[in-house]
Ligand binder design. Structure first.
Ligand code: NDP
Length: 287
């Protein structure tokens, strides 16, 4: 079997096209969805991520503002800025680019963001809402994975989903979203014994580890759907995932490539969450 490729770039584009129409409608109603992005320090990768997020906002007609602070910023000033943005009616989403400098407590910063503007879906209130199946801002990467699967009309109920990786931003919430859709979920992590025995049971295998080629065809059941969240660089500096794409695609039924897989979905879901927040503001009459 040769897998069908799930084209994240194309799916992301179609979601963004829908969002653009929603933004146009909101603007006609007097609301421009607004995202505030806070960047602290000089981390080059963070700067690139932030620039990409802002560009994506502009492309669909959203307002975005970058608040750029030096590495030496105090936690108090950052919290005060977040509180100001929490009250700012032009801002519907607040994103603090992680990682933060070591002297700033990330947990305290995430918790300072109003859950109603936490478009990254990292606030414990949103995580709790997600876990209990309530309406919530879902964390962008796992949310993007679910939208990709929806796009290929994948039936999730009753499937055995194996998630490799249990970080708070990807692995854990990914498993929870599948559980909410009535899948049977198994988590694997660095202390898992006999990884292969477990991944081979997966109807849907989600890999979010950050190690190139850690999933080979011997880890994958014939006909499985394989979602590769990993983002690594090979010796030539080329972007690649956690899955040995060329061999696994001969065994899987569907597979996401890297690049042009999960990556483009992540920013798209950030836009979607911000538009959702603006729509809620529209309903409550806040502009
Ligand atoms: P973390 O480093 O926070 O988590 C990695 C997870 O992998 C941990 O749970 C760890 O286990 C587990 N792990 C490590 N080694 C093994 C192993 N040998 N076998 C099984 N599990 C193992 O990473 P993130 O979740 O933040 O990111 C994962 C990958 O996804 C990275 O490559 C990152 O760049 C990428 N990413 C991609 C995004 C996208 O938009 N495409 C967005 C976010 C991340 P333990 O908990 O026991 O330590």
């Amino acid at each position: 079997m040769t897998a069908k490729i799930i084209d994240g770039k194309e799916i992301a584009q179609s979601v963004r096209n829908e969002l653009r129409l929603e933004v146009d409608q909101l603007k006609q109603d007097g609301i421009t969805p607004g995202l505030a992005v806070i960047l602290v320090g000089d981390n080059q990768a963070s700067k690139t991520y932030v620039a990409n997020k802002q560009k994506a906002c502009e492309e669909i007609g959203m307002y975005s503002v970058l608040i750029d602070y030096p590495e030496t910023l105090s936690q108090e000033v950052l919290v005060a800025k977040i509180k100001e943005l929490n009250e700012d009616e032009a801002i519907h989403g607040i994103l603090v680019q992680l990682p933060l400098p070591a002297h700033i407590d990330e947990t305290a910063i995430i918790e300072a963001i109003s859950p109603e503007k936490d478009v990254d879906g990292f606030h414990p209130i949103n995580i709790g809402r997600m876990m209990t199946g309530q309406d919530a801002f879902l964390p962008c990467t796992p949310y993007g994975v679910m939208v990709m699967l929806e796009h290929i009309n994948c039936e999730i109920e009753g499937k055995h989903v194996v998630v490799v990786g249990r970080s708070n931003i990807v692995g854990k919430p990914a498993g929870q979203l599948f559980l909410n859709k009535n899948a049977t979920v198994t988590y694997c992590h660095s202390r898992t014994k006999d990884l292969k025995a477990i991944t081979n049971q997966a109807d849907i295998l989600v890999v979010a580890v950050g190690k190139r080629d850690m999933i080979t065809s011997s880890h994958v059941k014939e006909g499985a759907i394989v979602i590769d969240v990993g983002m690594n660089r090979n010796e030539q500096g080329k972007l690649c995932g956690d899955v040995s794409f060329d061999e696994v695609k001969e065994k899987a039924s569907y597979i996401t490539p890297v690049p042009k897989g999960v990556g483009p979905m992540t920013i798209t879901m950030l836009l979607k969450n911000t538009v959702k927040s603006a729509k809620k503001a529209a309903l409550t009459g806040v502009k």
